[in-house]
Ligand binder design. Structure first.
Ligand code: SAM
Length: 282
């Protein structure tokens, strides 16, 4: 059993600064029990698009539309940071997560809110949810390192939504890691011609050996998570039946990466996660 508490602080910091860290065992299995370990202090341990971003299109989407007759699912709601906001805007809010610890935290933050129901459930499975939701939100919960599981989850998302329903998601961006590698090399080569050496330094500093660019998967010390290329998002969501796909960026602050001892190029566009909006056709 992985012991989160015993991890050294620097290592945790490194994980948490890499988009969205995950604590998994090898063999590409994502376990609810691993998330239970960090449920209590989740938002102090991680960079979250709900608190650490400098721009998140999800918030403007929620602010500038009317949702008061709509039913929403926060799929993989975690410790529930988004739920109180949703409770104010939507007619009814469901929070679903396979981690009992996360659902306990979600229940705490939504105590007394009569239009919220948080339940333990696997995103790969439907619990009488067919055609149930007007809106389905997934904020960095599509992280399973298995492509089979990712495909299953997207298909359950689709079937759980009403016709005409809207999907709003934040997904880890594989390109963001490539981008940081490029900047590292480029900035160093502005002062050096030692291209091979610079490349070696980049691979060391950015832990390039932990990235499987061919499948979009990241490994931290035997722990795996999915990250998406933009073309992959288009492919997988369209294949599942979604239409009108729009992709934007959730931008983070370079300072987070500097704190993690990685890269810091404040004059350049910061690292990002993908923001995805699409619809289930009528
Ligand atoms: C990175 S956290 C994000 C939590 C929340 N959306 C937020 O942004 O604060 C990912 C969450 O997805 C949940 N999760 C991952 N895979 C899941 C699955 N197959 N079924 C249900 N929940 C899952 C985890 O338990 C965790 O709470």
């Amino acid at each position: 059993m992985l012991n989160f508490e015993s991890r050294n602080k620097k290592l945790i910091l490194k994980y948490t600064k890499q988009s969205l860290f995950i604590f998994l065992k090898p063999n590409f299995e994502m376990k609810a029990s691993d998330w239970d370990l960090i449920a209590k202090d989740y938002y102090t341990q991680v960079i979250s698009p709900l608190k650490d971003c400098t721009a998140n299109p999800l918030f403007s989407e929620l602010d500038f539309n009317s949702w008061d007759d709509k039913i929403v699912l926060d799929a993989g709601c975690g410790a529930g940071r988004l739920l109180p906001t949703l409770a104010k805007k939507f007619y009814y809010v469901y929070g679903k997560d396979f981690s009992k610890g996360m659902i306990e935290e979600s229940k705490k933050v939504t105590k007394g809110m009569e239009n919220v129901n948080c339940f333990v459930g696997d995103l790969k499975k439907s619990y009488n949810e067919k055609n149930k939701y007007d809106v389905l939100i997934s904020v960095n919960s599509l992280l399973d390192p298995s492509v089979l599981n990712i495909t299953k989850i997207i298909s359950v998302f689709y079937s759980s939504m009403k016709k005409g329903g809207i999907f709003l998601g934040v997904l880890p961006a594989m390109e963001s890691y490539l981008y940081q590698s490029m900047l590292f090399v480029d900035k160093k080569l502005a002062h050096s011609n030692a291209e091979k050496l610079v490349e070696k330094q980049m691979k060391k500093q950015l832990d390039a050996k932990n990235f499987d660019y061919s499948v979009g998967r990241i490994e931290f010390d035997g722990l795996y998570q999915k990250a998406f290329y933009e073309f992959e998002i288009k492919y997988r969501f369209q294949k599942a039946g979604f239409k009108n796909l729009k992709i934007g960026k959730v931008l983070y602050d370079w300072k987070e990466w500097r704190e993690a001892g990685q890269t810091y190029y404040p004059k350049e566009q910061p690292p990002w996660d993908w923001y995805v909006k699409c619809e289930k056709p009528l």
